[in-house]
Design a protein. Structure first.
Length: 337
């Protein structure tokens, strides 16, 4: 039996997981910084990286303890090397490289978005071909999955991601951070048909756009001085527009690709209305949502993606790999020696 460690520090979660070669999750310990960053209304990179540095060793030791394993028993170390916040990614990568050198373990760089897709495989057997919607605070992408190794990007967002739309909408409504959780919570008390917020129409494209939706909400609030009396209804209608956009493009994707399964991953996949709407509109397909603990950033998804790639020899062990941050389609590479 071999043991795989997954390390994730791309944004505001410090997470370390240990899986065995049968893909069983032995531990998945995550320290979330939500309570720290909610005071700022969003993630502050410098504060996030500082907390990763303070917590990474504790989280790693706790993960080993729960898994009842020693660091010397870890055969493979899988670590997120991007996309994400550079200062945060470097904490995880530096830790992984140090462990690999000391323990003489193999180390593998893992793409964060591929990790989110792999989260769907932790608890489920997937029927192929499939499509996967990765929907989070920074990304809204559709992938075509030929099998568990070939993930092909088919669309992305032209501006804001769905998670950003939730956060910015929540800020306009005077709700707390993270916005998706707050809007989902009060939307359950509101009428989703109260107001028809616009959904961007991009023709045959599978790409997304949410910046206009945020602007529409701002104009609506400016024109309606007593909007707070209808807070729950407005939040529910705003959420419905985001969900409609996501589901509509998934339906369009099913018309372009013959698939058996539809996967949802990323933090926004926790949204209750998205899960409800998927069942309403996509019932002819096998619908896969990971458990909430695997939707948000976590080490288990990174280890799972590592196992998938290692088994098929799709990744090579190396201490010489870049850390990269994707910002609006731009990539910055930084080599950590």
């Amino acid at each position: 039996m071999k043991y795989f460690m997954g390390i994730e520090t791309s944004c505001d979660e410090t997470s370390v997981a240990i899986l065995d070669s049968d893909k069983n999750v032995l531990s998945n310990v995550t320290f979330s910084q939500i309570d720290i960053h909610k005071n700022f209304g969003g993630v502050v990179p410098e504060i996030a990286s500082k907390n990763h540095l303070e917590k990474i060793v504790h989280v790693l030791n706790e993960s080993l303890k729960i898994a009842n394993r020693k660091i010397q028993e870890i055969d493979m170390i899988c670590v997120t090397n991007g996309p994400g916040l550079l200062s945060c990614l470097m904490i995880g990568v530096s830790t992984a490289k140090t462990l690999a050198l000391i323990n003489k373990s193999n180390i593998f760089p893992i793409n964060h978005l591929e990790g989110h897709i792999a989260s769907c495989f932790i608890e489920n057997e997937i029927k192929f071909p499939a499509i996967c919607l990765v929907v989070s605070g920074g990304h809204t992408n559709i992938y075509y999955l030929k099998d568990q190794n070939n993930f092909n990007l088919r669309s992305s967002t032209l501006d804001d991601a769905a998670g950003e739309a939730f956060d910015k909408g929540a800020k306009l409504l005077g709700l707390g951070y993270p916005g998706g959780i707050q809007i989902d919570r009060i939307s359950k008390l509101g009428n989703k048909d109260f107001h028809d917020f616009p959904v961007a129409e991009l023709g045959d494209s599978l790409d997304f756009s949410f910046s206009g939706l945020k602007t529409s909400l701002k104009y609506y609030l400016d024109k309606n001085a007593n909007w707070k009396a209808n807070m729950n209804d407005i939040a529910s209608s705003y959420q419905e527009a985001i969900v409609k956009s996501l589901i509509r493009n998934i339906i369009k994707a099913t018309k372009k690709f013959s698939v058996k399964s539809i996967l949802f991953s990323g933090g926004v996949a926790c949204n209750s209305r998205l899960r409800e709407s998927a069942k309403e509109n996509l019932s002819r397909y096998e619908i896969i949502f990971p458990s909430s603990k695997y939707c948000t950033d976590n080490g288990a998804m990174i280890a799972m993606r590592g196992i998938q790639k290692i088994i098929e020899n799709k990744v090579q062990s190396s201490l010489d790999f870049p850390v990269f941050s994707t910002l609006r389609r731009k990539k910055i590479n930084l080599i950590l020696d």
